[in-house]
Design a binder for this molecule. Structure first.
Ligand SMILES: Nc1ncnc2c1ncn2[C@@H]1O[C@H](COP(=O)(O)OP(=O)(O)O)[C@@H](O)[C@H]1O
Ligand SMILES: N[C@@H](CCC(=O)OP(=O)(O)O)C(=O)O
Length: 289
């Protein structure tokens, strides 16, 4: 079991040793994967992640779990396809790149999921879509039909029309919060956020080598936001801030969220088996020695 350092935070013992098991009971699961897990730092496609994500979700789908994948990466894949090193400055050009990348992203997923005999579907959403009762119903009906037919919806923000959270310079979209919105409306038991980092640390580990991984968080307040920095990769957008906002929403609704490293998506099996990997955001402490 972790050591409490304050309020609702538990650090891993001995600087990272993982102990105990968690009680995770999840049937409907939203998995969010960030650009940093899908694209190598050199800009190339991380084929292992695509393949292992498809394998893991297909295996769980075959076990009867209901899965929704929220995937970033349209911009990263678009940059790669157009042989560009960095995002263009203009928002229109960014949106065009994302449109190019989105179809390529789906091609990559379709290939890998086909290999594991799993059908997928593309669902492009905006953050506010659930606020309109008619659209809300259409979106929910679509998700419910797909899940009933064992099809895995692959969600991304519809970057062509979503401009509300873009600063028109450096950030593009926010799938961390979109995944929490989807988890919330689809009444998911668990949100798994896969990133390029082992979990939530007491300071940005890409900047501070003595940062400690936090095992469990039961409350996200100002203290947590002060140690949440920006994105660690060239392509990620929200950094830890948007992940904490997603966690805040999950906690408020008494749902669980696990933030874990997506370099090997089979970590999802460990999460569901209750192994104390990553950071668990949960109102109640569910780790037992
Ligand atoms: N307190 C923190 N704990 C962990 N990571 C942090 C923290 N503060 C900032 N970060 C940064 O957040 C990054 C993950 O966010 P981001 O690059 O947007 O990934 P993704 O593409 O997976 O959404 C990490 O690589 C890390 O550099
Ligand atoms: N819609 C954008 C994703 C934006 C986003 O939230 O990215 P990330 O921080 O990598 O999860 C894209 O597909 O590039």
């Amino acid at each position: 079991m972790g050591v409490s350092i304050q309020g609702g935070l538990f650090l891993y013992k001995n600087g990272g040793e993982k102990m105990g098991t968690r009680k995770i009971n999840a049937n409907r699961i939203v998995v969010k994967v960030g650009t940093s897990s899908l694209i190598h730092p050199n800009g190339a496609i991380n084929l292992e992640t695509f393949d292992q994500l498809a394998y893991t979700l297909s295996a769980l789908n075959n076990q009867g779990k209901e899965l929704i994948l929220v995937s970033s990466g349209a911009m990263g894949v678009g940059l790669n396809k157009m042989h560009l090193k960095q995002r263009p400055a203009e928002i229109g050009a960014q949106q065009a790149l994302s449109a190019i990348g989105q179809s390529e992203l789906m091609t990559l997923f379709t290939q890998r999921f086909d290999h594991y005999l799993t059908d997928i579907a593309q669902v492009l959403l905006t953050h506010d879509i659930f606020d309109y009762p008619k659209s809300n119903k259409f979106v929910m009906d679509t998700f419910n039909c797909l899940l009933k037919d064992n099809v895995v919806p692959v969600v991304n923000e519809n970057d062509t029309v979503a401009t509300d959270e873009l600063d028109h310079r450096t950030t593009f979209g926010d799938n961390d919060q979109l995944s929490a919105i989807v988890a919330s409306h689809m009444n998911a038991d668990l949100l798994i956020v896969l990133s390029d980092i082992d979990g939530f640390y007491d300071q940005n580990p890409k900047k501070f080598t003595d940062a400690h991984l936090i095992s469990e968080v039961s409350n996200v307040a100002d203290d947590e936001f002060t140690v949440a920095g920006g994105s660690g990769s060239r392509f990620g957008t929200g950094g830890m801030h948007t992940k904490l906002l997603a966690a805040q929403r999950m906690l408020a609704e008494n749902r669980q969220m696990v933030l874990a490293n997506g370099k090997d998506p089979q970590i999802i099996f460990d999460i569901l088996a209750g192994k104390p990997v990553g950071t668990l955001f949960s109102k109640e402490c569910v780790t037992h020695e």
